[in-house]
Design a protein around this ligand. Structure first.
Ligand SMILES: *[C@@H]1O[C@H](CO)[C@@H](O)[C@H](O)[C@H]1NC(C)=O
Ligand SMILES: *[C@@H]1O[C@H](CO)[C@@H](O)[C@H](O)[C@H]1NC(C)=O
Ligand SMILES: *[C@@H]1O[C@H](CO)[C@@H](O)[C@H](O)[C@H]1NC(C)=O
Length: 389
């Protein structure tokens, strides 16, 4: 009997052959702006961010503090503080605070340093505390605060791009695709902090968000060193298809131009997609991106945690394969009934939902027409008339 493959791959993702590169966690303090309550003997607040063994130093005062403005809101995973090798008690009792307030005591305490060895570095886990300011302060009278080095590690809050997997059509030396999502817009001036393709026809860059997001906006940061106009005409595309490497997905925006070193914000009006592509159509183009940020919400696919059934099963075409986000379009990643009268596939969502949308992905190998005429029913109770065998 000839099998009739009815392939329903609902919102299937691809098994990615590409490297699942994690976003690099960066020391956000490095591009922040430090200040402190007072400065003694030229030991300015910047000395805590210079990567050297010099130290900051306040006057002897009440409640001395040091603060770094990260310029953006970060989700902070950890803070490191390095103590000086001499007079090493000038850190004792310091509180580390994170938050969005200029009033330092309104920010939340991540950790307290009771004491720290000479020249030692302490690491404090802040478990994703959110804030633009990181403050080190010592409460009390007649205190001095002195810090050799401070590090702040985390991600830009709310940016869905960080942690995604990136790929580009070609790579110029060390300007790998991941550099466009390193969470680091602050180093945009450095050409080395950007991704870049070679000079080619239709260069593209792609981000896999690992899940389907309703994308509200995408922010693209351009290079500052030169050649800002190379970005002109780049298209931002969002969707779930990898046809033409994802460059056929719907367009969110076409970038007319971005001035050197600037970050421009493009509204995508809630386009749904797992993939965000940036693509410059044409010959002799170079696609260089210093940062791509993606903001939006998870578009919940209720199918994934559901239970799938079908009227019959052809070989390994189990009903679950239509909700597994597996090998899209290879017929081995799809569900299939036998060749029969009135075949059906059903999904039990386990709860009653108000359904906004159902997405069906068809097989790619052949026989696309087999899906023709399929009806999608949404029902609260499964009618017995559908239970044909
Ligand atoms: C590749 O990068 C180098 C600098 O690292 C630059 O001089 C060269 O022009 C780039 N080539 C292309 C095709 O962008
Ligand atoms: C980008 O624009 C949207 C409106 O389209 C706005 O809500 C959002 O705050 C902007 N983001 C940034 C980082 O400027
Ligand atoms: C790419 O190479 C072609 C041929 O050498 C050249 O005409 C074009 O200007 C180059 N494009 C860029 C952006 O450098």
């Amino acid at each position: 009997m000839k099998n009739l493959y009815k392939c329903l791959c609902i919102l299937l993702g691809f098994l990615l052959i590409e490297k699942m590169a994690r976003g690099q966690e960066e020391n956000a303090a490095r591009w922040g702006i430090p200040t402190q309550s007072s400065t003694y003997g030229g030991s300015i607040p910047e000395l805590a961010l210079d990567g050297l063994s010099s130290w900051t130093h306040t006057n002897t005062e009440t409640n001395p503090w040091w603060r770094v403005d990260l310029l953006k809101v970060y989700r902070v995973n950890r803070v490191t503080i390095t103590n000086r090798p001499t007079y090493n008690t000038r850190i004792n009792g310091a509180e580390i605070r994170i938050g969005n307030f200029l009033d330092i005591y309104s920010n939340t305490i991540c950790g307290v340093i009771s004491s720290l060895g000479a020249g030692a570095t302490a690491t404090f886990s802040c478990h994703g505390m959110v804030g633009r300011y990181v403050v080190v302060d010592i409460p009390g009278n007649l205190k001095i605060l002195s810090i050799v080095e401070a590090g702040v590690y985390g991600y830009l809050a709310g940016n869905r791009a960080v942690g995604g997997a990136t790929l580009q059509s070609s790579t110029n030396a060390s300007l790998i695709a991941e550099k466009a999502i390193d969470g680091n817009r602050g180093l945009q001036q450095l050409y080395t902090g950007c991704s870049s393709t070679l000079n080619e026809t239709d260069p593209w860059w792609r981000l896999d968000l690992h899940d389907v997001y309703r994308v509200s906006n995408v922010i693209v940061t351009n290079r500052k060193d030169c050649c800002a106009e190379l970005i002109n005409g780049a298209e931002i595309r969002i969707g779930n298809s990898l046809d033409n490497n994802g460059n056929n997905n719907p367009i969110c925006a076409v970038i007319p131009a971005i001035p050197a070193g600037e970050s421009y914000n493009y509204s995508c009006d809630g386009l749904d997609g797992r993939y965000v592509n940036i693509h410059i159509p044409g010959d002799g183009k170079i696609l260089l991106l210093c940062e791509v940020e993606v903001y939006g919400y998870l578009a919940e696919n209720l199918a994934v945690p559901g239970a799938a059934f079908q009227s019959s099963t052809s070989m390994n075409g189990f009903a679950e394969k239509a909700i597994d986000r597996g090998l899209q379009q290879l017929y081995t990643g799809c569900s299939s009934t036998l060749n029969e009268t009135d075949p059906w596939w059903k999904l039990d969502l386990r709860y009653i939902y108000r359904i906004n949308k159902v997405v069906i992905t068809n097989r790619k190998d052949c026989c696309a027409e087999q899906i023709n005429g399929a009806e999608i029913h949404v029902e609260t109770l499964w009618r017995t008339t559908n239970k044909r065998q």
